[in-house]
Design a protein around this ligand. Sequence first.
Ligand code: TYD
Ligand code: MG
Length: 447
Amino acid sequence: MKKPKTRYVCRNCGYTTSKWMGQCPDCQEWNSLLEEQVDVRRPSGNFKKAESFTLDQISNIEYERSPVGVEEFDRVLGGGLVPGEIVLLSGEPGIGKSTLLLQIASSFSAAGHKVIYISAEESLGQQRMRAQRLGIRSNEHLVFVSETNLQSIIGYLHEQAADLVILDSVQAVYDPALTSSPGTVSQVRETAYRLTEFGKRKQAAVILVGHVTKQGISAGPKTLEHMVDCVLSFEGDRHHQFRMIRPVKNRFGSTQEIGLFEMKEGGLDQISDPSGYLLSERPEDASGSVISVINEGTRAILVEIQALVIPTKYGIPKRLSIGYDLQRVFMLISVLEKQGGFLLSNEDIFINVIGGIKVRETSLDLAISAAMISSFRNKRLNPGAVVLGEVGLTGEVRSIIRMEQRLIQAEKLGFSKFFIPGANVDSLKGKRNVIKIKRVKDLIEGI
Ligand code: TYD
Ligand code: MG
């Protein structure tokens, strides 16, 4: 028998090398190369030759989707699960992955689909307790398996006909044939590979749970992204109730849609009116509060932005941003200083997008600038106003996509005054109270 070889695998990006290095040459992370033993496998020699086809020779397939019954989850999938689809659900520990999946397992099985929930982290008793808390009752189509040995799991699965297999989590399972411990890159990869193979062969959908840490680094999930069909990131602040599912990759649907939930005593509730939810506690008479609209897939969602600008008491001014890129906030501050003559270098500045929502588009630039101006001047903005637009380095305000849709949504919630980029105004259809903002200066004078 051949002796196992030693190799080093980066726990961050999966880079593999035969010699140890202090820094990963691929992702530049320090001290991330972990030693692993690899068993050398011999190819069997019986290969089937590959074949090629023209587009016409390939039959036209329509994906047959089965909705899981949790609408916000179906939305991010693209309408439901496709047989044989492999989904990776990643998120920080404690964010609510097991809760969500148990709710999905319950609703999917209630519709007559066979669901196998493999609980590798928690005992069956813990699953039962969670089910009680969520008000989920036993049904013949939903079974639980408590197992961490990959071979036992695969052995069991191959004797079953399942529509959905949930593995919670991919980091807790180990293959005894490998010498490395659970959670290492090779174990996580092997587990994902074997479940993928099972899912594709038996046409069962598989949801793999993967933990990631705050920095998005973990041994595993990142290195699995290319293997699976769909990667869903479950985000939110553990101390906040708001949760969001964002597709990072989706071979069977769009990556634009997001799913919104609220973590409650009795489990995750879907948020069907996100704007109403996010604006529910808005102070209408306070300075520093501004409303804007973000665009998420087919939905436009109203968000409240708050800024607090106060003189610095000790030393270096503090700058903090929750929910918006801090580097962008730095840029917006500089633009306000240069274009508006504001002296902000002796002010602490705090920005918060209310609700724990993390915004990745740049369309909030102008609203954040407006919130800072409002707080700095201690003057509230018209409570019926909405501010939209991207800000450039020279202080120009740039147009943003889907303006009409955003304004329609804002109007539905009673907003009637719109500060929007000049370039967006001409393409608007309806007649509205619109204030054209071409430069940040116009905003400073206009609000
Ligand atoms: P969990 O689903 O176990 O998180 P993960 O699988 O991502 O690690 O849930 C984590 C938290 O959710 C837990 O601290 C308690 C809270 N929770 C609720 O608030 N309501 C509930 O109904 C349940 C089941 C959990
Ligand atoms: Mg869990």
